[in-house]
Design a protein around this ligand. Structure first.
Ligand code: KMT
Ligand code: NI
Length: 143
């Protein structure tokens, strides 16, 4: 996880360096708020269903806050509070979900290596190679 200067994301050299080093060529900004996001209710429901992706999910919080829940190696939920300035990478194949907190507002940068693929596979989605690779990574890290 990184801490960055969210007030100056447009000119921040640290963000530029991370994007270059990690090949995060693509980005957009999503605002999750009932008056700002089309189909807000459906979207927040989808974000909170346990799922995985075949690529890394990279998020950088520019305003507001929320929670990413991720499954640990024992399949227990770990809740990660994310607020302004925080950047996280959820590895491909990790089961996770997202929810707003009581402020009901977040503005986040979504970064991607190349053209984004947003497809979410709700659990169970254990048959994907990305899942197998992530499980293998966990097993190695435990040694
Ligand atoms: C996602 O994929 O879960 C989202 O884009 C919502 C969280 S962004 C803070
Ligand atoms: Ni996701």
């Amino acid at each position: 996880m990184y801490q960055l200067d969210a007030d100056n994301y447009e000119t921040d050299p640290d963000l530029a360096r991370i994007r270059k080093e990690k090949n995060y060529s693509w980005m957009d900004i999503i605002t999750i708020h009932k008056d700002k996001l089309p189909n807000y209710q459906d979207k927040i429901k989808i974000f909170y269903e346990e799922h995985l992706h075949l690529d890394d999910e990279i998020r950088y919080i520019l305003e507001g806050s929320g929670y990413f829940d991720v499954r640990d190696k024992d399949d227990k939920w770990i809740r990660i509070f994310m607020e302004k300035g925080d950047m996280i990478t959820l590895p491909a194949g990790i089961y996770h979900r997202f929810t707003l907190d009581e402020n009901n507002y977040v503005k986040a940068m979504r970064l991607f290596v190349g053209e984004p693929v947003w497809t979410a596979y709700n659990r169970p989605a254990d048959h994907f190679p990305a899942r197998g690779q992530y499980i293998q990574f966990l097993a190695q890290a435990a040694q």
